[in-house]
Ligand binder design. Sequence first.
Ligand code: CA
Length: 230
Amino acid sequence: MSATILVVEDEPGIQEVLKFNLGQHGHDVIVAPDAEEALSLLRGALPDLMLLDWMLPGMSGIDLARRIRGDGRLKGIPIIMLTARSEERDKIQGLDIGADDYITKPFSPRELMARIKAVLRRRAPQMTEDVVEIGGLKLDPLSHRVFGNQQPLDLGPTEFRLLHFLMTHPERVYSRSQLLDQVWGDHVFVEERTVDVHIRRLRSALEGTGHDRLIQTVRGAGYRFSATPA
Ligand code: CA
């Protein structure tokens, strides 16, 4: 699993430890020393997850988290709060404003990695390397292979990402613009009909084993992955 992680932390020692450990686990790390810098980075691109220190110079971590949760474009970012204090009251306040998890300093790198993995698995399962299998269709992110009834299927890179996203979010309808944000990335300017082109290619790749029927068109709304006939 390789995620882009925004670390908002003012202490250089902790910045270094986080950069080193997250890097070791294959994550890309961006560091902001305060909330203002973090907001300016967020205007450019969205990370897959944020590690947010509670006590920051200027705007506090908790105020930044509140601001993120109130912003239509930013509100979906998973947030793990870091704090030096283990007061129950703080923890409740952090989770109340919508942080996904909470970790107290000093923490072990192993504990932090486990928390990150758990949050990503819950909030962004398409980021993990777990094998997904639905209705005889199996996708293995590690080997980058797809099988329909055990037969290997040949997918292009975009169709693979699209299928991975859909299979990790089954039984839900996604509009073309939501799929563009999730699969192509926000701030990528692609026309919505591009989604239709890749859905068509994906269906034709799955046709051999009849799994194209799992990619359903929902008229006027978008697409849904479902093992239940439409
Ligand atoms: Ca701090």
